[in-house]
Design a protein around this ligand. Structure first.
Ligand code: NAP
Length: 292
């Protein structure tokens, strides 16, 4: 634990979510403020859906310097903000707010965090690549938008409900240079697209603690050493999907890096300083009791 002295000048940041007590962000962001010697503090705020507007008004009234927004408010918070960044508009979700003298601007650092994790931790650049996304929920949408904006050649979305996959594909084709496709989330359908994919990303909760034996229906026999398989699930660090992909010879990437870098980008938006990512990673590992 980092010790924190609160002064009359302390800038207050926080996270609105419901529930919020399991969030790793307070530990990670307070460790970052401490490491940079900033007179700032970050605290969790359990905000229920019917109080979100009042809580955002409270942020303005009390001069909170910035916020993270988590489930279930990432979409609904947008109507209470003054400005929304272009990538947050496309992702239709805000996870970070900056308070510029009472003017609240919403950003989405989830997709950018995933991209930074891809580049920094796996040395993978999406430019010109074909990406297969398993799942079409909020996280998938943010990742799909950012991958397409960063120059991917094609994004294929496989989902249980086809309407959600089609909505993301339409978004990509309408607003970016990337091509898009959809398919079913079945082993048979995935067998038709795995060979053309360079990067495969699980953005469903399949495999997440405590259901650690679950995995999406990826035809692992078709996975080879030319694939990078990434999982947005970060608990456990090595999901059943990643274990099987690794055994098939693929490079793998867990979800902790996305969590880390979305927080690092938020820190940089708030403070204008480079985020101390090593300190933040250690705080996350402590939170999840993951051995480095
Ligand atoms: P979400 O909006 O609820 O979407 C869940 C997606 O998974 C939907 O496409 C849903 O399909 C699919 N799905 C759920 N259960 C399924 C099942 N049993 N079989 C097949 N498909 C299933 O959730 P989200 O916010 O996108 O989060 C998805 C995952 O990403 C979670 O595990 C979350 O922890 C992780 N995540 C990680 C980070 C990070 O920083 N690493 C950030 C955000 C999220 P339907 O559309 O058919 O319902």
């Amino acid at each position: 634990m980092t010790s924190q002295i609160i002064t009359g000048k302390t800038r207050v940041y926080g996270i609105f979510g419901y529930p919020v007590e399991h969030s790793a962000s307070p530990l990670m962001q307070n460790a970052a403020f401490h490491a940079r010697g900033l007179d700032c503090v970050y605290t969790p705020f359990p905000v229920s859906a019917d109080r979100l507007g009042a809580a955002v008004a409270g942020c303005r009234a009390m001069g909170l310097a910035g916020l993270n927004i988590t489930i279930p408010h990432k979409e609904s918070v947008m109507e209470f903000l003054d400005e929304i960044s272009s990538e947050a508009k496309l992702a239709a979700a805000v996870n970070t707010i900056v308070n510029h003298d009472g003017r609240l601007t919403g950003y989405n650092t989830d997709g950018k965090g995933f991209l930074r994790s891809l580049e920094e931790e796996a040395g993978f650049r999406v430019q010109g690549k074909t990406v297969l996304l398993l799942g079409a929920g909020g996280a998938s949408r943010g990742v799909a938008v950012q991958i397409a904006l960063a120059g991917a050649k094609k994004v294929i979305i496989a989902n249980r409900s086809q309407e959600r996959a089609t909505a993301i594909a339409d978004l990509i084709e309408g607003h970016t240079e990337a091509a898009a496709g959809v398919t079913e989330l079945t082993e048979k359908a995935l067998a038709g697209v795995v060979p053309e994919a360079d990067l495969i990303v699980n953005s469903t909760p399949l495999g997440m603690y405590p259901n650690t034996a679950e995995m999406p229906p990826l035809p692992v026999a078709l996975v080879t050493d030319r694939h990078l398989v990434a999982d947005l699930v970060y608990n456990p660090a090595h999901t059943a999907l990643l274990q099987q992909a690794k055994a098939a010879g693929a490079a793998t990437l867990g979800g902790l890096g996305m969590l880390l870098y979305q927080g690092a980008i938020a820190f940089e938006l708030w403070t204008g300083e480079e985020a101390p990512v090593d300190v933040m990673r250690r705080a996350l590992e402590e939170h999840f009791r993951i051995k480095a």
